[in-house]
Design a protein around this ligand. Structure first.
Ligand code: UDX
Length: 455
């Protein structure tokens, strides 16, 4: 099929490259002419494992094209996927300006009956509303929904081996065209959920909100473990083996970040409140997550001698999670400014530093290795679960620090290993692990067992 994807960002580019790999002829259109030039020359605007090779090979095979102009690709399109940004407004509601502009412009350029399919995350009712808008402007173009469930860092796998494909259509033609688009994946046994546009839009928000709730829940239970002496890793394992719960998304951490969970939970809460159906659980998860973020910097400050001269903190990990260079709503963005404001000298490291570091990270010093960042540090704070940090030489790291103290918000290490390297070690929800590792071989409790961290 001839497919046009509007928006060559993280979702549009991944989707375009994967559809091309399925055999479709895809043109990714972006208003940023420099980005189009980069893509034509094989330079990716984002780091996503495997995307550069896939996009380059599909482009060389003539299956994937990039353009800054819409008119010609639209005139040939059998289907248009709209994957433009939907930023948050100040009150948490999403800004649909870019989506509406793209739908209107596409409606002018496509042949009659060509479905415009919204892949961007939009509030329920958006596709139907835009279809009505076009009808009023005497352009009766079908508008459908096809939400994405791609995780940064594993997007290609999430597309090609999706748990399910969701299509939302309010008339049969869009559903038929979308079923044809995804036929190769369905043929491989991937379930296809075909429903109306509102339900499809709600599936996306409900999925992200539920996953965010799950993370907020396990983070709260981790805090409880620290108070009552439990091991969150064991608790998560014990509950995750229940098929009704599932073990995914039960890793405690610094709180959920990224371009989706924070934005989507706020948008859902704002939209629901505006319709008189407040989503109180989602609101509580947002508040709990925001509180967790604020708490991290306070915890770091509590582990520094108050008012000591030239206090130094090394932050390892600025990406909102491993295997991405995306720092949107990352924990570092709330921790670093608070430390810098407190007069702390902050060093930063990330294996994939952002190409354009956000202003929140101003005032900190980027270092080329974790060891350089730890030079003379009083506290080392781990915020992102990069494999590179799991494999750190802890003794070498200890040799660079002034004070040997690690605050690990991703539970990367075995407390035994960290203690052997001479560090005081604070992690998330693992008081019992500290107590248990305090047992000597004879089962006697060593006096040095570290107390649970003050949370
Ligand atoms: C998410 C959804 O997973 C994906 O389906 C949707 O299409 C887009 O939003 P993404 O934001 O890329 O994907 O990352 P994800 O892997 O979901 O992680 C989101 C945040 O939750 C990250 O900050 C991550 O560190 C955190 N997280 C995730 C946890 O703290 N614990 C977990 O167990 C899982």
């Amino acid at each position: 099929m001839e497919v046009v994807v509007i928006g060559a960002g993280y979702v549009g580019l991944t989707t375009g490259a994967c559809l091309a790999q399925m055999g479709h002829s895809v043109t990714c259109v972006d208003i940023d002419a420099d980005r189009v030039t980069d893509l034509r020359e094989g330079r990716m605007p984002i780091f996503e494992p495997g995307l550069d090779e896939l996009a380059r090979s599909m482009s060389m095979a003539g299956q994937l094209h990039f353009s800054a102009q819409m008119s010609l690709p639209l005139s040939r399109a059998e289907l248009v996927l709209i994957a433009v940004g939907t930023p948050s407004a100040a009150d948490g509601a999403i800004d649909l300006t870019h989506v509406e502009a793209a739908v209107r412009e596409c409606a002018r350029g496509v042949r009659a009956g060509t479905p415009l399919v919204i892949k961007s995350t939009v509030v329920p009712g958006t596709a139907a509303r835009l279809h009505r808008l076009l009808e009023q402007e005497s352009r009766p173009v079908p508008v459908a929904s096809n939400p994405e469930f791609l995780r940064e860092g594993s997007a290609i796998g999430d597309f090609c081996d999706a748990d399910r494909i969701v299509i939302g259509a309010d008339e049969p033609r869009s559903a038929q065209v979308l079923e044809r688009l995804y036929a190769p994946l369905v043929a491989r046994g991937i379930p296809l959920v075909s429903t109306d546009t509102v339900s499809a839009e709600l599936i996306k928000y409900s999925a992200n909100a539920f996953l965010a709730l799950k993370i907020a829940f396990i983070n709260d239970i981790a805090d409880l473990c620290e108070a009552v002496g439990g091991d969150i890793t064991e608790v998560a394992n014990g509950i995750g083996l229940d098929g009704r719960i599932g073990s995914a998304f039960l890793s405690p951490g610094p709180g959920f970040g990224g371009s989706c969970f924070p934005k989507d939970t706020r948008a859902l809460a704002a939209m629901a409140a505006s319709r008189g159906r407040r989503q109180e659980l989602v609101e509580r998860a947002i508040a709990s997550n925001d509180r967790r973020r604020r708490k991290i910097a306070e915890q770091v400050l509590r582990h520094l001698e108050p008012g000591g001269p030239d206090r130094r903190v090394a932050i390892l990990g600025c990406a909102f999670k491993a295997n991405t260079d995306d720092v949107r709503e990352a924990a570092a963005l709330s921790v670093v400014p608070r430390l810098v404001d407190a007069g702390i000298t902050v060093t930063l490291h990330d294996p994939r530093p952002p190409r354009f570091p956000p202003r929140e990270l101003d005032g900190a010093t980027w270092c080329s290795t974790p060891y350089a960042a730890a030079e003379n540090a009083d506290v080392v704070v781990i915020l992102t679960e990069w494999d590179e940090y799991r494999q750190l030489d802890l003794r070498r790291l200890a040799g660079r620090c002034r004070q040997r103290r690690i605050l690990d918000y991703r539970n990367l290490y075995d407390p035994d290993d960290v203690a052997a390297a001479g560090f005081d070690y604070v992690s998330v929800g693992r008081a019992a692990v500290r107590a248990r590792t305090a047992f000597t071989r004879g089962g006697r409790l060593r006096a040095s067992a570290a107390a649970a961290p003050s949370t």
